[in-house]
Each structure stands twice: as structure tokens, then as C-alpha cells.
Design a binder for this molecule. Sequence first.
Ligand code: FEO
Length: 401
Amino acid sequence: MHNVRTVNEDVIWLGASDRRIALFENAYPVPKGMSYNSYLIKDEKTCLMDGVDTAVLTKFMANLEFALGGRDLDYMVVQHMEPDHCAAIPALLSKYSNLKIVASQKALDMIKQFFDIDLGDKAMAIKEADTLNLGKHELKFFAAPMVHWPEVMVTYDAKDGLLFSADAFGEFGSLDGGIFADEVDWERDWLDEARRYYVNIVGKYGAQTLALLNKAKALDIKMILPLHGHIWRENLDLIIGKYQSWATYTPEENSVAIFYGSIYGNTENAAEILATKLSEKGVRNVRVYDVSKTDVSELVSKAFQYKALVFASATYNGEIFDGMHTLITDLKNHNLSKRTVALIDNGSWAAIAGKKMREMVESMKEMTVLEPVVSLKSAVSEANVAELEELADSLVDLLNQ
Ligand code: FEO
């Protein structure tokens, strides 16, 4: 049985959620599941905006048939050729024999790669500023390379001010009936998952995301319709402002996130002493994370959120402790920049983690290491406590700048 919602008089949401999925892209934990949005525009021509993942394909095909109400499907716009939106292409081509696939040339090439389908005259290649007239609605396409793959286009419908934004403005998590951001407490319940989604999926490509935001500034946008998560029809400045921060690697929280990798709890102890001192000195919202316990996608997201970062790591096999090494590597891979980092290391006979963390941090763009590096020898000493006090003062000074 169908499950669709009206977006406006001509647009129908055909999405579905997968609550059984454990890892999105077989990489990112999604304890609240994952949603896949698709939209049908019913005008003189009918046009499907992207599709869904194979996990919800059966529901999607039924929803589409219902939404078409007996009409044929004329176009499918493939804004993004990643399989989480394209599983339906072979089935759609088979069911709707007049269907034309509208996509960038790169996306059309990928359809051939993924499905070994020769689209022939069913393919319509589009490029920047091309348009597709559906009747009352004229779709205009804008390239958004690397947000999230190189073939991505986004689509603007000037009639209703709709921006179909592909992966941009998406979220991890299933949709629980409310498909519009104004139908949920978005900042309380969804902001963290929107940040974790952006940072991990697209965060490396801040410059390209910023280019898309700059294109969007020239458009009169009344609604943003992403391929994952909620549709925005109110308070668009909230999500656009967040994207502006994330794309420019600008921290949102003037506070300290402390990440520790500890084997027997002594490095952890240093991290907690520092957190306590910071809180006593008036720093609000200090956060402490065990890198061995918290998924790295969450850690990377928090590093994007906070202004000051502390990496506290035991030495292990003559290296940085595993979880911390993974975290800093991931931060570098995601192009995190513009942060001040304090370092704490530990070693019972040859502490080397501090030196190695410094090398990694200094190889990143616009990163500053705060002095002094606090070095533990097995456990926190009285001298270390004094050094942590000094480090807390330096962090407070930084936050007050
Ligand atoms: Fe939601 Fe990049 O696919």
C-alpha cells in the first residue's frame, strides 16, 4: 500500500526509510536508520527527481505508481548517480518505456558503468544552466561537483522556488512521518546527525560546497528538498548558516572537545582533570570522548563543531594509540583546518605519541599546536597537574580571544 506525502500542488514526496541498516555506505553507524527521498513533479510532463536505495525499492515502485495515478513517467532526473539513489533505474526503464533519463554526461557514463545499460536515445545529457520544460515548471540545472561525487547536479524550479539539492542538506536517520524540518524539533533532535552526515560524507570538499552555496545565493529559494532527511520550507537560514560554517571549517562552539586514547585509564585521568579545570574556569559545554569507544564519525563531527581540540594519547607500539591515530588521520582526510590543538601524551618508557601527533597536526592546514605539550610518565604526577592547570589557562585565553 502506498505511503506518499504532498509537498505542494504539483510535487509529491515518494521517500522511504530503512531502519534495519547498521552502516550507511557500509561505513557510518546509523542507529536511527536512513531515509531516502525521491520527488515526483506532475505537470504537463511527469518528472521524477532521483530514486532510492535498493533497501526500499519495492515500496518506492508502489508509491510511484500510486502517485502517477495512471499517467506515464516522462523523465527521471538523476542528480546523483550513487547507488543509494539509483537502484530503481533498471526497473523504471523496464516499466516506463517512454522514460528519458536526464543527467550530466558523467552521471550517464556512470549509469553505463553500474548497470551496463546502453540508454541510447533515452539519455538526455544536461550541463550547467541547461533547462527542462515540464509545462508550468521549468527546471534549471546547476553543477555541484564533489557534493558529493563529481557528476552531481542540483536543480532549481523557479515557479515555486524549489531547490532539489541532491546530497546537500541531508541527514542521517529515518523519517518518522514528519518530512519537513518544521514538523520536528530539528535543532534538538537532528542537528547533530545533519552535521555528522555532512562532515563525513562531504566535509572534505568545503570549497566545492561553498561554491554551491554561492550559486544558491543568486536564487530565490523557498524550499530545499534533499535526498536524505527533512525538507526545509521555513527558517532556511538555519540550515544554510550551518552549511556556511561547515564548508568554511568555522567552529560553531566556542569551547573545548577533549579526545583521549587511554589503555589503563591514566591518560583518561589527565583528560578528565583538564576538563574539570576548564569547567571550573567557566568554560561551558566541555566534552570528553574516549576514542576507543565512540565511533570515529562522531568524533570527526565534534572536531568540526568545536573551536579548541585536545588530543591525549598513550604511546602504543612506538606510535600514537590506534583510535587516536585513526581520528587524526580522518580529520586530515576531511580537510579540517582552522583549529587550535592541545596535546597530552603518555609513555612508561618512551613517550612518542606527542611528537607524532604534533607532526600530523602540523601537516594539516591552518592548525596551531598550543604549548606546552603535557607528557605523562605512566600516571599523572603533581608536576603534570600544574602543567594541566597552565594548559587550561591557555585554552581559556584562546576562547576569550
Ligand atoms: Fe546519498 Fe552521495 O549519496
